[in-house]
Write a protein that binds this ligand. Structure first.
Ligand code: BTN
Length: 319
């Protein structure tokens, strides 16, 4: 009910909507409308109430809440449940807990802030309050565990397309899943999997997107950027989350029904790694060579000076 009220007020932003009209639209009493308005105010929404006129949503600040997200995620066949938190250590950690409680596929954990966000290769990931997106998608695909990295590429394509749709900004994908703008990182994806023998039991796709950060620490300022810095305006995180989920849904369904060969060209359309001389560092070794492509499994093909082609399954790439 609250999500519908947010949607209604947002659709009529700039106008007053009478309590009677809202009660008819939402099929509830005017007292119920008043109660829901007050509940939304406690969440931070500024809703003006004027007698004989009704209610009006006053600001369009980037408030993130379960209702803000749900009011934009309409009839999504895959993502049916948003587990929203104001502050968590890591949304991936919460997703692990939910999996242990046996949640179904399609739950999305979203937090306004992470206090101990996890990056790839044991690094930290900062998701400051009121400015970033930290979300973890829980999936249970019937796939071989060797296919898990392909889902990370699916997610990279989904975020790239969603950002373009909402903001007009073009992201570049650095294999496998670093999303950059003009060479600076704007989004990272951390995929964690639980497998039983060789089948995936569940998979968590953690997405960290820098949306409205205006400043980065000295350590990060040359390496990281945000959508706001690049687009010169504040972006609505709930709208971005809904767009990411929408894009991910059809890409995931295409991937499951038709295979990775349908995703590969979409990934290639945004990638910036192929054709470059790269250094691929993994926990066990470092290889240098030309990135000549990805194969049908999403594995990076790296050709060294002796023309030997190495298959890189997981690594940190630098140019
Ligand atoms: C990377 O190192 O590039 C991956 C960063 C992934 C960060 C996201 S934020 C949401 C989810 N929760 C986490 O703790 N990490 C991922």
């Amino acid at each position: 009910m609250k999500s519908k009220l947010v949607q209604l007020l947002r659709e009529n932003q700039g106008f007053f909507l009478s309590g009677e009209k809202i009660s008819i639209e939402l099929n509830c009493s005017r007292t119920a409308v008043w109660k829901h308005v007050n509940a939304l105010r406690k969440e931070g929404y500024v809703i003006e109430a004027v007698s004989n006129k009704g209610y009006q949503l006053m600001q369009n600040e980037d408030l993130l809440s379960k209702h803000a997200i749900l009011s934009r995620v309409k009839d999504n066949p895959l993502f049916h449940h948003i587990a929203f938190y104001d502050s968590v250590t890591s949304t991936n950690t919460i997703a692990h807990k939910l999996i242990n409680e046996d949640v179904k596929e399609g739950v999305v954990v979203v937090a306004d802030e992470q206090t101990a966000g996890k990056g790839r290769l044991g690094r930290k990931w900062a998701s400051p309050k009121r400015s970033a997106i930290a979300m973890s998608i829980i999936l249970k695909p019937k796939l071989d565990f060797r296919q898990a990295p392909q889902l990370t590429l699916v997610a990279a394509v989904a975020v790239t397309r969603a950002v373009k749709i909402v903001t007009g900004l073009e992201l570049e994908i650095k294999w496998p899943n670093d999303l950059l703008i003009k060479g600076k990182k704007v989004c990272g994806i951390l995929t964690e999997m639980q497998a039983d023998s060789d089948r995936i039991q569940s998979i968590i796709i953690g997405i960290g997107l820098n949306v409205n950060q205006q400043h980065f620490s000295e350590e990060l300022v040359d390496l990281a950027t945000s959508l706001q810095k690049e687009g010169d305006r504040v972006f609505d995180r709930a709208e971005l989350i809904a767009a990411i989920l929408k894009e991910f849904t059809w890409l995931y369904e295409t991937y499951i029904t038709k295979g990775f060969s349908f995703i590969k060209p979409l990934w290639e359309a945004h990638e910036i790694t192929i054709g470059k001389e790269v250094v691929a560092r993994s926990a066990s070794n470092t290889k240098t060579g030309i990135a000549i492509g990805i194969d049908e499994e999403g594995v990076l093909l790296l050709q060294d000076d002796d023309q030997d082609v190495h298959r890189i399954y997981s690594a940190d790439i630098s140019f």
